[in-house]
Design a protein around this ligand. Structure first.
Ligand code: UD1
Length: 416
């Protein structure tokens, strides 16, 4: 298994381009299941999660063509609406095929994702919504089996804000008979990006970007071309890395407009941030100030940036209180950060981080995608050498990580 070796203590400087958003590309690729026409997507990041999804839909009979950051999917031959456990267990987002498959094929068998490192993460809201649209749904032998001759438009309300739940139901509703309203919808920019892609394919959607999305079902969707939005979490992660090392860096091909909560906290921490329409420059002070934060659905502070801010607070001046409200078990990075010398106390969903003057390199273990990112940031700051094990977690969500870090002057290399 690959490891990442980081020589810490280098102040990051320079310019690096950000990739397309993993969490937008995943649902958007699934949208291609809704039409018989080819659909082309650009700015699709080359990541393990994307490869898993392409494999998953490829085995359904979809033709997949990949050329750099462009992917063309032709689902005219879709004949096997099944998502097997072997693929779903490696990536929960596979559940995103459920809505499009039922809408297009009238039937789907999708393995239940099961647990994951950061919490229970059930899919009951996805199922409840499809049932409200008239699907017969049963759970048999670990699979969700959904059948509907044609889904019917309905008024849907999710018990909590769910990103992939909203996306699944929005895709399903595009081909339903009649109007669907999703209340308490997720407002994440990735949901809006999916909606824009569906609209380009002929869907009738309004309320994009709000918590009430209206979809007027149409008979069929057609082919389109869509460019995936920039990855706001990758962007936020590099901003944190530059900030934690006291650096000065410019990130291109990205936008501050989806990152208000993160930029606000970085500014509170003492960073100077200049934004351009498609770039962000961050200049960090010699020592950051500790910042409190509480995760919540967009536009509040994203749970996917919580771990990176824990690393940043670990070396900041002062004490930070971090509250995680989305997932019940998302502090696994804290014990690994402690191995590097961080002072962190955990009580339920609250972490108290007492900033220390310096961290020391050590061997640490990546536990999930964003937890791994926090270890990279801590390793960049730590004195000496840090070895991060199990970096396959990072390969799920960070494209060409070592190369991008090198562009900013970091000393990081992969060991096979
Ligand atoms: C998406 C993101 C993930 C991010 C998360 C929260 C993708 C591919 N992944 O995950 O990176 O961390 O949003 O911003 O976009 N829940 C239920 N029942 C359901 C659905 C969700 O109880 O049917 C709960 C979850 O357990 C969790 C909360 O709702 O506590 C929010 O989860 P959700 O927004 O659905 O996360 P994902 O869409 O899986």
């Amino acid at each position: 298994m690959d490891k990442l070796l980081i020589e810490g203590g280098v102040r990051l400087q320079g310019e690096v381009a950000m990739s397309g958003a993993k969490n937008a590309a995943l649902p958007i690729l699934c949208a291609a299941l809704l039409t018989r026409d080819p659909v082309t997507f650009t700015n699709v990041p080359q990541l393990n999660d994307i490869a898993t999804l392409l494999k998953l839909i490829g085995q359904m009979g979809v033709k997949v063509e990949r050329d750099g950051d462009a992917v063309t999917l032709d689902a005219s031959g879709l004949d096997n609406p099944v998502a097997p456990y072997e693929l779903v267990k490696t990536m929960r987002a596979s559940i995103l095929v459920l809505g499009p498959l039922v809408a297009r094929c009238g039937e789907a068998r999708v393995s239940l994702p099961g647990g994951c490192a950061i919490g229970a993460r059930p899919v009951d809201q996805h199922i409840k919504g499809l049932q409200a649209m008239g699907a017969e749904v049963s759970v048999e032998h670990g699979y969700v089996h959904a059948v509907a001759t044609r889904l019917k438009g309905a008024r849907l309300f999710t018990d909590m804000v769910t990103v992939t739940g909203t996306e699944n139901l929005m895709m399903a509703a595009c081909l339903a008979d009649g109007d669907t309203v999703i209340e308490n919808a997720a407002r994440e920019p990735e949901v809006a990006d999916l909606a824009h892609c569906l609209i380009a394919m002929g869907a009738d959607i309004s309320g994009v970007g709000t918590d009430m999305i209206r979809i007027r079902g149409v008979e069929r969707l057609h082919g389109a071309t869509h460019r995936v939005m920039p990855d706001r979490i990758e962007t936020g992660t590099y901003l944190c890395a530059i900030a934690a090392t006291g650096g000065d860096g410019r990130l291109t091909g990205t936008s501050a407009s989806y990152l208000e909560a993160v930029i606000d906290k970085l500014t509170d921490a003492g960073c100077r941030i200049d934004t351009e329409p498609d770039a962000i420059r961050l200049r960090a002070p010699a020592r950051l100030k500790a910042v409190n934060l509480r995760t919540a659905p967009y536009p509040a502070f994203p749970t996917d940036m919580q771990a990176q801010f824990m690393a940043l607070n670990a070396v900041a001046d002062g004490t930070a209180v971090i509250r995680e409200t989305i997932f019940e078990n998302r502090f696994m990075h804290a014990v690994e950060l402690q191995r590097l010398g961080a002072d962190i106390g955990i009580d339920g969903n609250t972490a108290v981080v007492q900033g220390v003057a310096s961290l020391q390199g050590a061997t640490v273990m990546a536990t999930d995608l964003r937890a791994s990112a926090s270890l990279v940031i801590a390793g960049l700051v730590a004195e000496g050498e840090t070895v991060i094990e199990r970096i396959y977690h990072l390969d799920r969500g960070y494209e060409r990580l070592e190369e991008k870090l090198a562009r900013l002057g970091a000393h990081a290399r992969r060991i096979h």
